[in-house]
Design a protein around this ligand. Structure first.
Ligand code: CA
Length: 389
């Protein structure tokens, strides 16, 4: 009798396991939720970079290993200092911040000076003083160090000109094989650029990030790094509206949501944050595979993205975006309330004797899955996170 009951129990257990396995295979849900993406964020310190960074910091599947500052909207030293303060304020002290090269590889292109000067006071966002410092390594050195010492491949999210990433792979080409993905906000493939319409520079073909350092773009496009490109073709579909900002102001529950609300500028676009959300939820964009090149020095076309037919594919390109799906996912993450535990480890090779970057912190989240035949399944997922001050 005992044996029969035991056998029945085991058969039931096998049945449940098969059912769960089929659910996992058919939906991919659990596997997707449990994968962690190890990320270095290379940013040019602009206001829209801020909430892209906050989204990645807050996402339960993303482990941010470092933040590096590229030449771009911010001056690199000011941008790096701003981000050290921001990370300290939010409890992410263990994530190293490094300043990059102040100028592009070859050109003397810059964003308009008044835009750059906003970095002197972090665009009006006041943050408390911190004793934490910018890393002693420069940006490309930190990228190389972290990629080489990481036990798993690293994804780089590039939210500004690609100068730092290009310098990193030029200084150590062996890291190319250890870069899982380079997720780039930049370029304009089948749409006009935004340089000429936002400045007195007569270049109407290039997007700003590609315009600033076309030689860095060329270095990346001619490497073998897997590229996900989020150009203006997709970001034009996600404008920042007064309605979105007003709605966020009414529902914000977290410091990250509050800071995002302060940095949102209606009339502009969700440029960098679309690249961040597409990294975790590719369904918010429509992808086509292309061979892309970039114009280096043709007058008034520097940085123009050129699509070449018949050549090997070198980039997965977002040509459209689902605005509603994007906004929903963005709000879901930036406004999620989680339980957290304190930070205990450091990722900065200049301050930690451990050369293997560890996940930054831990927290737990609950993934609630409704299965008609089994009721609720609640998974507790350990993840890196921070303690909010
Ligand atoms: Ca940016």
């Amino acid at each position: 009798m005992w044996r029969k009951s035991n056998k029945t129990f085991h058969l039931s257990l096998v049945f449940v396991c098969i059912l769960l396995n089929n659910l996992i295979v058919s939906t991919g849900l659990f596997i997707q939720e449990l994968e962690t993406i190890s990320v270095i964020i290379d940013s040019d310190g602009a206001p829209d970079d801020v909430y892209a960074i906050l989204y990645l910091l807050k996402h339960p599947r993303v482990s941010v290993r470092a933040l590096t500052l590229s030449c771009g909207v911010s001056y690199v030293e000011e941008g790096a200092t701003n981000f050290v303060k921001l990370l300290s304020h939010l409890g992410y002290e263990d994530i190293p911040v490094a300043a990059g090269k102040e100028t592009p590889l070859v050109t003397n292109h810059t964003f308009p000076t008044p835009w750059r000067q906003g970095s002197y006071n972090f665009y009006g966002f006041d943050l408390p003083h911190t004793e934490n410092k910018v890393s002693d390594l420069n940006a490309s050195e930190l990228i190389v160090s972290i990629v080489n010492s990481s036990p798993e491949n690293i994804t780089i999210v590039a939210l500004g000109p690609l100068t730092n990433v290009a310098l990193a792979i030029q200084s150590d080409p062996s890291i190319i094989g250890k870069i899982e993905l380079l997720d780039i906000m930049g370029g304009a493939v089948n749409v006009p650029g935004n340089v000429g319409i936002e400045s007195d520079i007569p270049n109407y073909e290039a997007e700003w990030n590609f315009y600033i350092d076309p030689h860095a773009v060329n270095t990346i496009l001619t490497s073998d790094i897997p590229i996900l490109l989020i150009p203006l073709d997709a970001t034009n579909k996600v404008p920042i509206t007064e309605e979105f900002k007003e709605n966020l102001g009414q529902v914000k529950l977290t410091p990250e949501a509050d800071i995002t609300h302060q940095f949102l500028i209606p009339g502009l676009y969700f440029w960098d944050i679309l690249a961040a959300v597409a990294l975790t939820n590719i369904e918010v964009v429509t992808i086509q595979d292309f061979h892309l090149e970039v114009v280096l020095d043709k007058e008034n076309h520097e940085g123009e993205t050129v699509l070449i037919e018949g050549e090997p594919i070198n980039a997965r390109v977002a040509i459209d975006a689902d605005r509603s799906a994007f906004e929903t996912k963005f709000l879901e993450i930036i406004n999620s309330v989680e339980t957290t535990t304190p930070v205990t480890t450091s990722n900065d090779p200049t301050t930690s004797p451990d050369t293997t970057p560890a996940p930054t912190n831990t927290s737990s989240m609950e993934l609630v899955v409704v299965v008609p035949t089994l009721g609720l399944i609640v998974l507790h997922i350990n993840n890196k996170k921070r303690s909010l001050k």
